[in-house]
Ligand binder design. Structure first.
Ligand code: S3P
Length: 172
């Protein structure tokens, strides 16, 4: 079984993913790192040199390359569910989990990192919040299709146990 963590940048997918994988004794994979490894360059470089459309194609290819994995916890980039039918693919090939967080909390978490994130372009304050609100609204229809939703305001340790219970209830 593959567990795919989805949600906006900064919602804590990687932190929870690592913790949950350790708890289960399963491998953990970060799709962004997988894209970088396959492309031989960083995500900001891919965006800058080749544009978002190429990044989205690399992202979809990297995701599908994970098909042979039998058991893994996979954290995906914030935009991954919204392109190339990736959400359908993840729902067909594993269990999807959406980490929900409101725009204000996301803005607070992302403010110190906005300079390094290609889609936030160094935005701050009101502009950052507005961008997050708009992107979140556009992405919600995709995130909403996840099998489970977790409240990402909770501590990763709490979310880890909640997720374990949800998956066990489904006969993991
Ligand atoms: C993106 C999120 C990033 C990364 C890329 C694009 C997005 O991943 O894939 O910068 O479109 O929201 P994280 O959500 O892991 O930060």
């Amino acid at each position: 079984m593959k567990v795919f963590l989805v949600g906006f940048m900064g919602c804590g997918k990687t932190t929870l993913g690592r913790l949950f994988a350790r708890r289960l004794g399963w491998p953990f994979l970060d799709l962004d790192l997988e894209i970088e490894r396959r492309a031989g360059k960083t995500i900001p470089d891919i965006f800058q040199q080749e544009g978002e459309a190429t990044f989205r194609k690399l992202e979809a290819d990297a995701l599908r390359s994970l098909e042979p994995l039998e058991r893994a916890v996979i954290s995906t980039g914030g935009g991954a569910p919204c392109f190339h039918e990736n959400m359908d693919w993840m729902n067909q090939h594993g269990c999807t989990v959406f980490l929900h967080l409101d725009p204000e909390a996301l803005a607070a978490r992302l403010a110190p990192q906005a300079a390094h994130r290609p889609l936030l372009r160094g935005l701050q304050g009101k502009e950052l919040l507005l961008t997050i609100q708009n992107q979140l609204e556009a992405r919600h229809p995709f995130y909403r299709r996840a099998k489970f939703v977790l409240d990402a305001r909770k501590a990763p340790e709490v979310l880890c146990e909640e997720l374990l219970e949800l998956l066990f209830a489904k006969g993991l």
